[in-house]
Design a protein around this ligand. Structure first.
Ligand SMILES: *[C@@H]1O[C@H](CO)[C@@H](O)[C@H](O)[C@H]1NC(C)=O
Length: 387
């Protein structure tokens, strides 16, 4: 969770792409794919509390299904109390959406209020079959007096949900240094363990730091391990997301309040082991046009685009995305415009046809937020070369 920045950063108004130097003629094969231009998933009613929606997340169901390319979406949903995570489904690659279920708080009596995350088990794990959908999120009472990252599961593709376990408990849900909340879970299976990454304000030595816990059964969770913790108390690294690189290493992005380059600058770290990011150096993300994206990043890797594929990063500061075909090389991030407006904690999802689905649910200051999605074709982008 981040403090609202008062530092205005003026970005170049035009998008300056670096000349393409494909390593082979096959790198940018011309293919015709359908892209989405600001498709509406959900317009909240006026009875919702402003900002009404935020923090969209999507999931592409890829495992063990009768249908292929089913998408799910959820978001922070500021409904009448108690809030819940809506589950919307698209069976046409994101063109149309309908509600199929709601993940409701089954244990705390508080509602499921902030920061949902959806994950599909790629293989049997912890007694749950491959294709089980997990939903982690922050259960918080109406008075915001506590934070509780909880885990739910669906074994029927998102139609019904069951509470699985409590992962982490924290204090008052305010992003104020000295308070003790937990925020923003991100799930990823690694070898024989489920990792949940999250932001943690409970350590008195750090206003906020990034940690993870692991589990072999989804029921009990090992003690938190640091991923990013700066020596300066007021520094606030936040909002972990992680992607697997094609060479077997992992890359994490985070926002860094306290970064020398810009308030909430997007940073990243690369590690052979996704449980040891704490010992990896941090690197600011700076595009070839000089842009430093800020706040609430999200990273994915796409196999499209040459031997290395393409890394894609979204951030709150920009409607554009930042693409890198060089495994995250610092000098090879290209800013690429998209039809999707900027949002707080926008979600990225790589589709089987090589499009990048970009889904947002509005901005922190928004009074008329809605949930929308767009896509760009990664088959036809022109990116900085890797030399
Ligand atoms: C994968 O590539 C990244 C970026 O060049 C590098 O930092 C990392 O060490 C590589 N990993 C392996 C296992 O070679």
């Amino acid at each position: 969770m981040h403090l609202i920045s008062t530092i205005a950063v003026i970005f170049a108004a035009f998008n300056c792409l670096t000349a393409a130097h494909p390593t082979s003629s096959e790198d940018f094969a011309t293919r015709s794919v359908n892209t989405l231009d600001d498709v509406t998933i959900f317009v909240p009613p006026s009875t919702y509390t402003i900002p009404r929606t935020l923090y969209a997340r999507t999931l592409l169901l890829e495992t063990d299904g009768d249908e292929t390319n089913v998408l799910l979406a959820t978001w922070e949903n500021y409904s009448p109390e108690p809030p819940y995570f809506p589950i919307y489904q698209s069976t046409d690659s994101g063109s149309t959406w309908a509600e199929i279920s709601r993940v409701t708080d089954q244990v705390n009596g508080w509602g499921l209020r902030y920061q949902p995350f959806l994950y599909e088990l790629p293989s049997e794990f912890g007694g749950f079959p491959a294709g089980t959908i997990l939903c982690a999120g922050n259960s918080i009472p109406a008075d915001l007096s506590a934070t509780q990252i909880d885990l739910y599961a669906s074994t029927d593709k998102g139609l019904t949900w069951t509470f699985v376990s409590h992962i982490a408990s924290g204090g008052v849900a305010e992003p104020v240094n000295g308070d003790t909340p937990v925020w923003e879970p991100f799930l990823m299976l690694f070898e024989d363990e489920m990792i949940v990454y999250y932001s943690d304000q409970r350590d008195p030595a750090h206003g906020q730091k990034l940690v993870h816990q692991t589990s072999t059964d989804l029921l009990t969770w090992a003690s938190p391990v640091d991923d990013v913790a700066y020596d300066v108390f007021d520094d606030r690294p936040g909002m972990t997301t992680v992607a697997l690189l094609p060479n077997g290493s992992y890359i994490m992005t985070y926002e860094f309040f306290g970064a020398p380059e810009a308030s909430f600058a997007v940073y990243y770290r690369v590690s052979d082991d996704p449980t040891t990011f704490d010992s990896a150096p941090g690197q600011v993300l700076r595009a070839t046009d000089g842009t430093i994206p800020t706040s609430s990043p999200f990273i994915v890797w796409s196999p499209v685009g040459g031997a290395n594929g393409i890394l894609a990063v979204s951030a709150n500061s920009d409607s554009a995305v930042f693409l890198n075909q060089c495994l995250g090389a610092p000098n090879a991030w290209t800013r690429v415009t998209t039809p999707e407006s900027a949002s707080y904690s926008r979600n990225l999802r790589v589709m089987p046809d090589g499009t990048l689905l970009i889904t947002g649910a509005g901005v922190l200051s928004g009074s008329d937020n809605s949930v929308t999605t767009s896509s760009i074709d990664l088959n036809s982008v022109t990116l900085a070369s890797c030399d």
